[in-house]
Design a protein. Structure first.
Length: 187
């Protein structure tokens, strides 16, 4: 990876897994990294460890709960005050948790893995447009298996809505949220 000095990156899900590795690599190459995380305390731990590992690294924490539209809006407003966001990396997600709905009534998997990133991207668009070469990277556990944009993925039908109301199956609910990511990524 090339030197990233002078560029600002927002990384969701940066407290573990690929998000944390991505944040580490960007900080190591001089990028300014905004860790967009649900748990601010864990985000602070990651930011501190990156600053220790890479003295002079610009790493900041921005709290955002992708299950809550108010939290997304608040984080986007805070991040949007930046001069520009060069790259938004939509990485956070959940999988295989029991069926439940968010405060706004969306199924939890679909909200975290698709709707939250969609809202964050839309709300950060002005900050992204201030960059000379903005990029949005969206990944999920199965985005590498997404097919061409010509394939139409089936989104929840009335029958699946009934299954969700009656408890649903965690793997099936997760797969629906991943299909939404595939559709969004293929466009």
């Amino acid at each position: 990876m090339a030197d990233q000095q002078g560029r600002t990156f927002v990384v969701t899900g940066a407290t573990s897994g690929l998000g944390r590795v991505t944040a580490r690599e960007l900080a190591a190459r001089g990028g300014r990294v905004l860790l967009a995380v649900r748990d601010a305390a864990r985000g602070d731990e990651v930011a501190s460890s990156l600053r220790r590992a890479y003295p002079g690294a610009e790493v900041e924490v921005r709290q955002v709960d992708l299950l809550n539209l108010r939290s997304i809006r608040r984080a986007a407003e805070e991040i949007g005050e930046e001069e520009a966001v060069d790259v938004l990396i939509n990485n956070a997600g959940i999988s295989m948790v029991e069926h439940s709905v968010t405060e706004q009534g969306a199924e939890r998997h679909f909200a975290a893995n698709h709707l939250g990133h969609f809202a964050l991207t839309a709300l950060l668009e002005p900050a992204l447009r201030r960059s000379p070469a903005p990029r949005v990277v969206t990944r999920g556990p199965s985005t590498g298996r997404c097919r061409s944009s010509r394939r139409v993925w089936a989104l929840p039908s009335a029958a699946s809505k009934h299954r969700r109301r009656t408890g649903g199956d965690a793997k099936r609910l997760w797969s629906v949220s991943e299909r939404g990511t595939c559709v969004r990524s293929a466009r």
